[in-house]
Write a protein that binds this ligand. Structure first.
Ligand SMILES: NC(=O)c1ccc[n+]([C@@H]2O[C@H](COP(=O)([O-])OP(=O)(O)OC[C@H]3O[C@@H](n4cnc5c(N)ncnc54)[C@H](OP(=O)(O)O)[C@@H]3O)[C@@H](O)[C@H]2O)c1
Length: 251
Protein backbone atom coordinates (compact mmCIF):
# COMPACT_ATOMS: atom_id res chain seq x y z
CA UNK A 1 0.00 0.00 0.00
CA UNK A 2 1.39 3.42 -0.98
CA UNK A 3 0.46 6.89 0.17
CA UNK A 4 -0.40 8.83 -2.98
CA UNK A 5 -1.23 12.52 -3.45
CA UNK A 6 -3.17 13.25 -6.65
CA UNK A 7 -2.77 16.86 -7.84
CA UNK A 8 -5.90 17.92 -9.70
CA UNK A 9 -7.73 15.19 -7.80
CA UNK A 10 -11.18 16.65 -8.48
CA UNK A 11 -10.62 16.84 -12.25
CA UNK A 12 -11.68 14.25 -14.84
CA UNK A 13 -8.56 12.06 -14.73
CA UNK A 14 -7.51 13.01 -11.18
CA UNK A 15 -10.87 11.74 -9.93
CA UNK A 16 -10.69 8.59 -12.05
CA UNK A 17 -7.17 7.63 -10.93
CA UNK A 18 -8.09 8.37 -7.30
CA UNK A 19 -10.92 5.83 -7.58
CA UNK A 20 -8.72 3.21 -9.27
CA UNK A 21 -5.91 3.58 -6.70
CA UNK A 22 -8.34 3.41 -3.78
CA UNK A 23 -9.91 0.33 -5.36
CA UNK A 24 -6.42 -1.24 -5.38
CA UNK A 25 -6.01 -0.53 -1.64
CA UNK A 26 -3.80 2.59 -1.69
CA UNK A 27 -4.12 5.54 0.67
CA UNK A 28 -4.99 8.44 -1.66
CA UNK A 29 -5.28 12.17 -0.98
CA UNK A 30 -6.83 14.10 -3.91
CA UNK A 31 -5.88 17.80 -3.76
CA UNK A 32 -6.44 20.98 -5.77
CA UNK A 33 -7.21 24.66 -5.15
CA UNK A 34 -10.62 23.48 -3.92
CA UNK A 35 -8.85 21.78 -0.98
CA UNK A 36 -6.40 24.65 -0.38
CA UNK A 37 -3.47 23.38 -2.48
CA UNK A 38 -2.30 25.64 -5.30
CA UNK A 39 0.45 24.09 -7.39
CA UNK A 40 1.22 27.38 -9.12
CA UNK A 41 1.73 29.56 -6.04
CA UNK A 42 2.89 26.62 -3.90
CA UNK A 43 0.29 27.30 -1.19
CA UNK A 44 -0.42 24.16 0.84
CA UNK A 45 1.92 22.01 -1.27
CA UNK A 46 4.55 21.02 1.33
CA UNK A 47 1.85 20.09 3.83
CA UNK A 48 0.06 17.84 1.34
CA UNK A 49 3.21 16.22 -0.05
CA UNK A 50 4.74 15.53 3.36
CA UNK A 51 2.46 12.50 3.71
CA UNK A 52 3.16 11.06 0.24
CA UNK A 53 5.34 8.31 -1.21
CA UNK A 54 4.12 9.17 -4.70
CA UNK A 55 2.64 12.25 -6.38
CA UNK A 56 0.45 11.95 -9.47
CA UNK A 57 0.19 15.21 -11.45
CA UNK A 58 -3.23 15.47 -13.15
CA UNK A 59 -3.25 19.28 -13.24
CA UNK A 60 -4.79 21.11 -16.13
CA UNK A 61 -5.26 24.61 -17.46
CA UNK A 62 -7.05 24.75 -20.83
CA UNK A 63 -5.50 27.53 -22.89
CA UNK A 64 -4.34 28.16 -26.42
CA UNK A 65 -1.82 30.77 -25.22
CA UNK A 66 1.78 29.54 -25.37
CA UNK A 67 2.85 31.88 -22.60
CA UNK A 68 -0.02 30.92 -20.27
CA UNK A 69 0.51 27.19 -20.90
CA UNK A 70 4.28 27.31 -20.26
CA UNK A 71 3.80 29.46 -17.18
CA UNK A 72 1.12 27.13 -15.74
CA UNK A 73 2.51 23.67 -16.58
CA UNK A 74 6.22 24.50 -16.38
CA UNK A 75 5.80 26.68 -13.28
CA UNK A 76 3.64 24.19 -11.39
CA UNK A 77 5.91 21.24 -12.25
CA UNK A 78 9.00 23.11 -11.03
CA UNK A 79 7.24 23.93 -7.74
CA UNK A 80 5.95 20.40 -7.28
CA UNK A 81 9.36 18.89 -8.07
CA UNK A 82 11.01 21.18 -5.49
CA UNK A 83 8.38 20.43 -2.85
CA UNK A 84 8.63 16.70 -3.59
CA UNK A 85 12.41 16.82 -3.08
CA UNK A 86 12.06 18.73 0.21
CA UNK A 87 9.37 16.46 1.65
CA UNK A 88 10.91 13.09 0.78
CA UNK A 89 8.55 11.99 -2.01
CA UNK A 90 10.08 8.97 -3.80
CA UNK A 91 8.32 9.12 -7.17
CA UNK A 92 6.34 11.53 -9.35
CA UNK A 93 3.98 10.30 -12.07
CA UNK A 94 3.24 13.07 -14.58
CA UNK A 95 0.21 12.63 -16.83
CA UNK A 96 1.21 13.87 -20.26
CA UNK A 97 0.27 13.57 -23.94
CA UNK A 98 1.89 11.35 -26.56
CA UNK A 99 4.13 13.48 -28.85
CA UNK A 100 3.33 16.77 -27.05
CA UNK A 101 7.05 17.35 -26.47
CA UNK A 102 7.99 16.68 -30.13
CA UNK A 103 9.49 19.77 -31.76
CA UNK A 104 7.01 19.83 -34.65
CA UNK A 105 3.98 19.54 -32.37
CA UNK A 106 4.95 21.91 -29.55
CA UNK A 107 5.96 24.57 -32.06
CA UNK A 108 2.51 24.76 -33.65
CA UNK A 109 0.31 24.70 -30.55
CA UNK A 110 0.90 26.65 -27.35
CA UNK A 111 -0.85 24.12 -25.09
CA UNK A 112 1.65 21.41 -26.09
CA UNK A 113 4.55 23.77 -25.43
CA UNK A 114 3.17 23.91 -21.88
CA UNK A 115 3.05 20.11 -21.62
CA UNK A 116 6.63 19.93 -22.94
CA UNK A 117 7.72 22.47 -20.30
CA UNK A 118 5.99 20.33 -17.65
CA UNK A 119 7.86 17.18 -18.77
CA UNK A 120 11.17 19.09 -18.83
CA UNK A 121 10.70 20.59 -15.35
CA UNK A 122 10.00 17.17 -13.82
CA UNK A 123 12.86 15.54 -15.72
CA UNK A 124 15.23 18.22 -14.37
CA UNK A 125 13.91 17.80 -10.81
CA UNK A 126 15.55 15.82 -8.03
CA UNK A 127 12.79 13.20 -7.67
CA UNK A 128 12.53 10.31 -10.18
CA UNK A 129 9.67 10.82 -12.61
CA UNK A 130 7.55 8.62 -14.84
CA UNK A 131 6.14 10.53 -17.82
CA UNK A 132 2.87 8.65 -18.37
CA UNK A 133 1.78 9.84 -21.80
CA UNK A 134 -1.56 8.90 -23.32
CA UNK A 135 -3.21 9.79 -26.57
CA UNK A 136 -6.50 11.76 -26.46
CA UNK A 137 -9.26 10.14 -24.40
CA UNK A 138 -12.61 9.31 -26.02
CA UNK A 139 -14.18 11.91 -23.72
CA UNK A 140 -12.16 14.66 -25.44
CA UNK A 141 -14.91 14.61 -28.09
CA UNK A 142 -17.10 16.44 -25.52
CA UNK A 143 -14.44 19.18 -25.27
CA UNK A 144 -14.30 19.40 -29.09
CA UNK A 145 -18.05 20.12 -29.12
CA UNK A 146 -17.68 22.96 -26.59
CA UNK A 147 -14.34 24.56 -27.44
CA UNK A 148 -15.00 26.61 -30.60
CA UNK A 149 -18.72 27.07 -30.75
CA UNK A 150 -21.04 29.53 -32.51
CA UNK A 151 -24.60 28.81 -31.42
CA UNK A 152 -25.41 25.24 -32.45
CA UNK A 153 -22.29 24.96 -34.64
CA UNK A 154 -19.08 23.43 -33.29
CA UNK A 155 -15.89 23.94 -35.31
CA UNK A 156 -13.56 20.97 -34.88
CA UNK A 157 -10.11 20.50 -36.45
CA UNK A 158 -9.58 17.64 -38.86
CA UNK A 159 -6.88 16.05 -36.73
CA UNK A 160 -5.95 12.37 -36.84
CA UNK A 161 -5.90 10.69 -33.44
CA UNK A 162 -5.57 7.20 -31.91
CA UNK A 163 -7.87 7.90 -28.93
CA UNK A 164 -8.07 5.70 -25.87
CA UNK A 165 -10.75 4.83 -23.31
CA UNK A 166 -10.48 7.15 -20.26
CA UNK A 167 -10.73 4.15 -17.93
CA UNK A 168 -7.64 2.68 -19.62
CA UNK A 169 -5.77 5.95 -18.98
CA UNK A 170 -6.71 5.83 -15.28
CA UNK A 171 -5.56 2.21 -14.95
CA UNK A 172 -2.34 3.05 -16.83
CA UNK A 173 -1.56 5.84 -14.33
CA UNK A 174 -2.26 3.51 -11.41
CA UNK A 175 0.07 0.91 -12.98
CA UNK A 176 2.80 3.59 -13.20
CA UNK A 177 2.33 4.40 -9.49
CA UNK A 178 2.59 0.73 -8.55
CA UNK A 179 5.65 0.13 -10.78
CA UNK A 180 7.56 2.76 -8.77
CA UNK A 181 10.50 4.82 -9.99
CA UNK A 182 12.93 3.41 -12.51
CA UNK A 183 16.43 3.09 -11.18
CA UNK A 184 19.02 4.81 -13.33
CA UNK A 185 19.24 8.06 -15.15
CA UNK A 186 16.49 10.25 -16.65
CA UNK A 187 12.74 10.05 -16.87
CA UNK A 188 10.91 6.77 -17.40
CA UNK A 189 8.58 7.20 -20.37
CA UNK A 190 5.36 5.17 -20.69
CA UNK A 191 2.96 5.56 -23.62
CA UNK A 192 -0.65 4.42 -24.09
CA UNK A 193 -2.93 4.57 -27.15
CA UNK A 194 -6.23 3.14 -28.33
CA UNK A 195 -6.70 0.56 -31.08
CA UNK A 196 -7.97 2.69 -34.00
CA UNK A 197 -7.28 5.94 -35.80
CA UNK A 198 -10.07 8.50 -35.86
CA UNK A 199 -10.60 11.98 -37.24
CA UNK A 200 -11.32 14.41 -34.37
CA UNK A 201 -14.20 16.06 -36.26
CA UNK A 202 -15.73 12.68 -37.09
CA UNK A 203 -15.55 11.73 -33.38
CA UNK A 204 -17.28 14.98 -32.44
CA UNK A 205 -19.94 14.42 -35.11
CA UNK A 206 -20.61 10.89 -33.86
CA UNK A 207 -20.88 12.15 -30.27
CA UNK A 208 -23.24 14.97 -31.32
CA UNK A 209 -25.41 12.45 -33.17
CA UNK A 210 -25.55 10.12 -30.15
CA UNK A 211 -25.84 12.60 -27.26
CA UNK A 212 -26.30 16.19 -28.46
CA UNK A 213 -28.92 16.31 -31.19
CA UNK A 214 -29.08 19.79 -32.67
CA UNK A 215 -25.31 20.40 -32.52
CA UNK A 216 -23.78 20.57 -35.98
CA UNK A 217 -20.08 19.88 -36.49
CA UNK A 218 -18.03 21.72 -39.10
CA UNK A 219 -14.66 20.14 -39.84
CA UNK A 220 -11.75 22.57 -40.14
CA UNK A 221 -9.07 21.18 -42.49
CA UNK A 222 -5.59 21.71 -41.06
CA UNK A 223 -2.87 22.94 -43.43
CA UNK A 224 0.01 21.97 -41.11
CA UNK A 225 1.02 18.29 -41.14
CA UNK A 226 2.39 18.47 -37.57
CA UNK A 227 -1.11 19.40 -36.39
CA UNK A 228 -2.97 17.05 -38.75
CA UNK A 229 -1.08 13.90 -37.82
CA UNK A 230 1.55 14.92 -35.25
CA UNK A 231 -0.34 13.31 -32.35
CA UNK A 232 -0.40 9.82 -33.88
CA UNK A 233 1.77 7.59 -31.68
CA UNK A 234 5.10 6.29 -32.87
CA UNK A 235 7.60 3.92 -31.28
CA UNK A 236 6.89 1.85 -28.22
CA UNK A 237 3.29 2.20 -27.08
CA UNK A 238 0.94 0.07 -25.02
CA UNK A 239 -2.43 -0.46 -26.70
CA UNK A 240 -5.80 -0.78 -24.96
CA UNK A 241 -8.28 -2.45 -27.32
CA UNK A 242 -11.53 -0.78 -26.21
CA UNK A 243 -13.17 1.02 -29.15
CA UNK A 244 -14.65 4.52 -29.44
CA UNK A 245 -17.93 3.17 -30.90
CA UNK A 246 -18.46 0.93 -27.85
CA UNK A 247 -17.72 3.82 -25.44
CA UNK A 248 -20.21 5.96 -27.36
CA UNK A 249 -22.84 3.22 -27.14
CA UNK A 250 -22.27 3.15 -23.37
CA UNK A 251 -20.67 -0.31 -23.35
N1 LIG B 1 -8.13 15.09 -22.33
C1 LIG B 1 -7.27 14.28 -22.94
O1 LIG B 1 -7.59 13.64 -23.94
C2 LIG B 1 -5.85 14.12 -22.37
C3 LIG B 1 -5.00 13.14 -22.94
C4 LIG B 1 -3.71 13.00 -22.38
C5 LIG B 1 -3.29 13.79 -21.32
N2 LIG B 1 -4.14 14.74 -20.82
C6 LIG B 1 -3.67 15.55 -19.67
O2 LIG B 1 -4.41 15.18 -18.53
C7 LIG B 1 -4.27 16.21 -17.54
C8 LIG B 1 -5.56 16.30 -16.74
O3 LIG B 1 -6.63 16.65 -17.59
P1 LIG B 1 -8.16 16.62 -17.07
O4 LIG B 1 -9.01 16.84 -18.28
O5 LIG B 1 -8.39 15.43 -16.20
O6 LIG B 1 -8.18 17.95 -16.19
P2 LIG B 1 -9.45 18.74 -15.61
O7 LIG B 1 -10.63 17.85 -15.55
O8 LIG B 1 -9.54 20.04 -16.34
O9 LIG B 1 -8.97 19.03 -14.11
C9 LIG B 1 -7.93 19.93 -13.84
C10 LIG B 1 -7.57 19.84 -12.37
O10 LIG B 1 -6.49 20.75 -12.11
C11 LIG B 1 -6.80 21.43 -10.89
N3 LIG B 1 -6.05 22.70 -10.90
C12 LIG B 1 -6.05 23.67 -11.83
N4 LIG B 1 -5.22 24.67 -11.48
C13 LIG B 1 -4.66 24.29 -10.30
C14 LIG B 1 -3.71 24.88 -9.44
N5 LIG B 1 -3.16 26.09 -9.70
N6 LIG B 1 -3.33 24.21 -8.31
C15 LIG B 1 -3.90 23.02 -8.00
N7 LIG B 1 -4.82 22.41 -8.78
C16 LIG B 1 -5.19 23.04 -9.92
C17 LIG B 1 -8.32 21.60 -10.92
O11 LIG B 1 -8.89 21.76 -9.63
P3 LIG B 1 -9.20 23.20 -8.97
O12 LIG B 1 -9.93 24.01 -9.99
O13 LIG B 1 -10.00 22.85 -7.73
O14 LIG B 1 -7.85 23.75 -8.62
C18 LIG B 1 -8.72 20.21 -11.44
O15 LIG B 1 -8.72 19.29 -10.38
C19 LIG B 1 -3.90 17.48 -18.34
O16 LIG B 1 -2.59 17.87 -17.97
C20 LIG B 1 -3.94 17.06 -19.79
O17 LIG B 1 -2.93 17.66 -20.57
C21 LIG B 1 -5.42 14.92 -21.32
Amino acid sequence: MSRVVVLGGNGEMGGAVTDVLRGRGHDVLPVSRATGVDAVTGAGLDGALSRADTVVDCLNHLTLSRRAAVSFFGGAAARVADAAGRTGVAHVVCLSIVNAADDGVRRVMGYYEGKAAQEEAYTAGAVPVTLARTTAWFSLAETFLRQVRVGPVAFVPGMRLRPVHPAAAAAFLADAVEAGPRTGHGADVWQLAGPEEHDAAAMARALAGARHPGVKVVRLPLPVAALREGLLPRGEVEVDDRRFADWLAGA
